[in-house]
Unconditional design. Structure first.
Length: 75
């Protein structure tokens, strides 16, 4: 089977990517915070450490994905 190798690479719509970024960030942070809340319920501690740590990990991970998406968008 022959494939057309001269076809241009299909680029995603930049506005669609930029609009979806806050939604993706919110979902990642929400999931990590819910996981931290679940850990705090099952392993109680005095200062809700799991919630704080997991939320910060979610923020860091969402910024990592943001950086990767913007780098791919610019290239």
């Amino acid at each position: 089977m022959l494939m057309n190798t001269n076809s241009p690479k299909k680029n995603p719509n930049k506005w669609l990517v930029l609009i979806s970024i806050p939604i993706q960030m919110g979902v990642v942070i929400f999931i990590f915070s819910k996981g931290g809340s679940w850990l705090d319920e099952h392993y109680p501690n005095q200062h809700a450490v799991f919630l704080k740590i997991m939320t910060l990990l979610g923020v860091a991970l969402s910024f990592y994905y943001l950086n990767r998406q913007l780098k791919d968008l610019n290239s």
